[in-house]
Design a binder for this molecule. Structure first.
Ligand SMILES: Nc1nc2c(ncn2[C@@H]2O[C@H](COP(=O)(O)OP(=O)(O)OP(=O)(O)O)[C@@H](O)[C@H]2O)c(=O)[nH]1
Ligand SMILES: [Mg+2]
Length: 395
């Protein structure tokens, strides 16, 4: 077990990497840095684009920070500030967990995400000095967009500051209307799932101009015309889908770029700024609402549990009460299925019972002595005080 770091440490390459961040204090910004998460189908040019963005910001003395989240990439054309490969050895993960390539990437990402709070700490420390934090993601897009660790990392970044998804499209491979639509539907599903603003980067415009894509996105009829000319045209389904996409197009920014020759990079950053505006205007409030709703539900559930516990204590008239925090709070404590009860008085137990179905007795504890009971009582009192102090109870 030498190469898979079971307790992964995050290496901040900035300390031994003489990049421009430390040299550009005149560019210090008061605002939080913008996080750019680069996504896209395999081979669309994510890594090359990131290299181009990196070159652009460093040339313009804009302080940036690069994070590589692709554990399987063999060679990177740049040195990232934080590299998942410094923390997790993808090949060893595959070997030791007996996994295939995709399973290996997912597991590596999972291991890394358990330490992502360290990454956030590093970023937090540097927040005032940075303008952009750019993250490269694994080639197989679904590994990031549909994995728990991908969601965790995206959510953590989004709650740490303005975050924009950059969806890279291989323009020469998207000239067929149906391929175009499939790609856009994928982008739409990512945006829908992440609830973050998105910039579509039509890459490789040095090979194929992206003008056709802009037209299809802004002029519904021109896309319909293109579809009619397509022999694989699927009639009303495609028409309905393109209507759905019209709404999606109105939400996003798009730009044609060439990661190879640098075309469109200035416009790219202008579009990113617009997306950041959207983040503050719409998405941030949405994210905050979602979080506070989750918090509210949690508190509501706590109150319900406390109320049940209180009632049970009162009903027990001094009999011992055990409160099982892990049980499902939605089940009725007086129901016949004892296993699902939140709590119950010990009077409910028949200690001599041989009932095979009643296999849950281990879930509950009896008091060995008064001291234990007092401890539980104290815990209950603390909870009641908590409720009272937080105006969760009228008593
Ligand atoms: N002509 C042209 N080729 C490009 C451009 N961007 C990337 N490529 C080429 O596309 C290929 C894939 O580029 P990568 O940057 O590795 O793409 P990626 O999305 O990171 O690939 P994975 O991480 O493996 O999914 C390489 O051969 C690049 O040289 C571009 O703007 N123009
Ligand atoms: Mg790549």
């Amino acid at each position: 077990m030498t190469t898979v770091n079971k307790e992964p440490q995050i290496k901040d390459n900035n300390n031994n990497n003489n990049n421009n961040n430390e040299n550009n204090n005149n560019n210090v910004t008061e605002k939080k840095p913008t996080n750019l998460i680069i996504l896209g189908m395999a081979g669309s040019g994510k890594t090359t684009l990131l290299q181009r963005l990196r070159a652009h910001i460093y040339e313009n003395k804009i302080p940036g920070y690069i994070i590589n989240l692709d554990p399987a990439v063999a060679n990177l054309p740049y040195t990232p500030n934080i590299d998942i490969r410094d923390t997790v050895n993808y090949k060893e993960v595959m070997k030791q967990y007996n996994l295939g390539p995709n399973g290996g990437i997912v597991t590596s990402l999972n291991l890394f995400s358990t330490k992502f709070d360290k990454v956030l700490e590093i970023l937090e420390r540097r927040a005032n000095q940075l303008k952009y934090v750019i993250l490269d993601t694994p080639g197989q897009i679904e590994v990031f967009t549909w994995s728990a660790s991908g969601s965790i990392i995206t959510e953590l970044m989004a709650s740490s500051g303005p975050t924009v998804l950059v969806y890279v499209i291989d323009t020469p491979r998207t000239i067929e209307p149906t391929t175009f639509m499939s790609n856009m539907l994928y982008a739409c599903s990512i945006m829908y799932k992440s609830r973050l603003p998105m910039v579509i980067a039509f890459n490789k415009v040095d090979v194929t101009d992206h003008q056709f894509a802009e037209e299809w996105m802004t002029d519904f009829d021109s896309f319909q015309d293109a579809l009619t000319a397509d022999p694989t045209y699927m009639g009303s389904l495609t028409r309905s889908l393109s209507l759905v996409l019209e709404e999606f197009y109105s939400q996003l920014q798009s730009v044609g770029v060439s990661a190879v020759d640098g075309t469109g990079i200035d416009t790219f950053f202008e579009k990113v700024d617009l997306a950041v505006g959207d983040y503050y205007k719409y998405y941030k409030t949405d994210l905050e609402k979602m979080k506070s709703e989750q918090l509210r539900k949690q508190e509501e559930q706590q109150v319900k549990q406390f109320e049940k516990l209180k009632k049970d204590l009162e009903d027990s008239k001094g009999a011992k009460v055990v409160y099982d925090f892990k049980s499902d709070p939605n089940k009725d404590s007086t129901g016949s299925n004892k296993k699902n009860q939140v709590y119950r008085t010990l009077n409910d137990f028949d200690e001599n019972s041989d009932d095979e179905n009643d296999d849950d007795e281990d879930d509950y504890q009896d008091y060995e002595n008064d001291e234990e009971r007092e401890l539980d009582q104290k815990e209950y009192n603390d909870l009641m005080n908590y409720m009272k102090n937080n105006k969760l109870s009228d008593k």
